[in-house]
Write a protein that binds this ligand. Structure first.
Ligand SMILES: CC(C)(COP(=O)(O)OP(=O)(O)OC[C@H]1O[C@@H](n2cnc3c(N)ncnc32)[C@H](O)[C@@H]1OP(=O)(O)O)[C@@H](O)C(=O)NCCC(=O)NCCS
Length: 226
C-alpha cells in the first residue's frame, strides 16, 4: 500500500470527517465531553466541517491517501497549529479567522438547536485546564507545533499511516529546531506510540466534572539535531 500525505482540500473534507468520527468513537475524552444519549452526528459533522474549512487556511491540516487508487478515500488525518512565538502578537488575519470560526459554530447552534450533545461545561473545563497546563509546560519562547488531531480510520490503523502523518510535521520541527506538544486521552497504546516518536510525558492533566474524570496525557518532544 503506497500512501501519500497531502494538504487537506475541500473535496477531502467529508472523508476526513468520517475518519475523525470513526477513530474517536471510543476515545475517552469524546465520551466524557459528549453526552452519547443526545449526541447529534450531523451537528458534529457541521462543527468538524467548520473546523476543516478554518484549518485549510490557518493550520497544517493534512490527509493520508492511497496513491495507487485515483480519487482514493481519506485513510488518516492530522491537524497541527504552527508555533506562535511569544513575542509575536496574533495577526489580524488569524484573529479574524478565529472569529469567523466562532460565528460558524454559533450558526450551527442555531441551525441544529443546540450543541448536539456537547457538554459545554466540560468543554470549558478542558479548555481552562489546557490553558493552565500550557502555561506551566510551554517554556520555549519560539512556540510549539501543537497537535490538535491525529486520526487513522480504524481498519487502516497499525499500518504506519499515523506515523507518516506525525513524522511529516516532526521532520519540519527538527529542521526548524522547534518543540512539539500534544494531548492524548488514551494512555494505552497512544503514550507508547508517541514515546517511540520522541515525545515525553510532561503532565497528567485531570479534567473533572463531579465524579466523572477524564485524564489527558500532555507530551512534549524536543527537536532532534543530527
Ligand atoms: C493513534 C493513531 C493515530 C496511530 O496511528 P496508526 O496508523 O495506528 O499508527 P502506526 O501504524 O503509524 O504506528 C506508529 C508507531 O506506533 C507503534 N504502534 C502502533 N500501534 C501500537 C500499539 N497498539 N501499541 C504499541 N505501539 C504501537 C508502531 O509500531 C509504530 O512505531 P514505529 O514507527 O517505531 O514502527 C491511531 O491508532 C488512531 O487514530 N487512534 C484513534 C484516535 C486517537 O487516539 N488519536 C490520537 C489522539 S492524540
Amino acid at each position: 500500500m503506497a500512501i501519500e500525505v497531502v494538504d487537506l482540500t475541500e473535496a477531502d473534507i467529508p472523508g476526513a470527517i468520517q475518519v475523525i468520527q470513526q477513530a474517536f468513537a471510543d476515545d475517552p475524552y469524546y465520551r466524557w465531553v459528549f453526552d452519547t444519549s443526545t449526541f447529534n452526528k450531523q451537528r458534529n459533522y457541521a462543527s468538524l466541517s467548520a473546523r476543516c474549512h478554518w484549518g485549510i487556511r490557518n493550520a497544517l491540516f493534512q490527509v493520508a491517501k492511497e496513491t495507487s487508487i485515483p480519487g482514493s478515500s481519506v485513510l488518516g488525518v492530522s491537524c497541527w497549529l504552527a508555533p506562535q512565538p511569544a513575542s509575536q502578537p496574533e495577526s489580524w488575519y488569524s484573529w479574524t479567522q478565529s472569529w469567523i470560526l466562532s460565528f460558524s459554530q454559533l450558526y450551527n447552534n442555531i441551525r441544529y438547536l443546540g450543541h448536539g450533545g456537547l457538554r459545554t461545561n466540560r468543554y470549558w473545563t478542558w479548555k481552562q485546564n489546557q490553558q493552565d497546563a500550557q502555561a506551566q509546560i510551554w517554556d520555549d519562547p519560539r512556540g510549539y507545533y501543537f497537535c490538535n488531531i491525529v486520526a487513522v480510520s480504524p481498519e487502516a490503523q497499525g499500518k504506519g499511516i499515523g506515523g507518516l502523518l506525525v513524522k511529516k510535521v516532526l521532520k519540519m520541527a527538527d529542521e526548524e529546531g522547534i518543540k512539539c506538544y500534544l494531548e492524548s486521552s488514551k494512555n494505552v497504546p497512544n503514550v507508547q506510540i508517541y514515546e517511540r516518536m520522541g515525545f515525553k510525558m510532561s503532565k497528567e492533566m485531570e479534567c473533572r466534572d463531579g465524579d466523572d474524570v477524564c485524564m489527558l496525557y500532555c507530551m512534549v518532544r524536543n527537536p532532534r539535531t543530527q
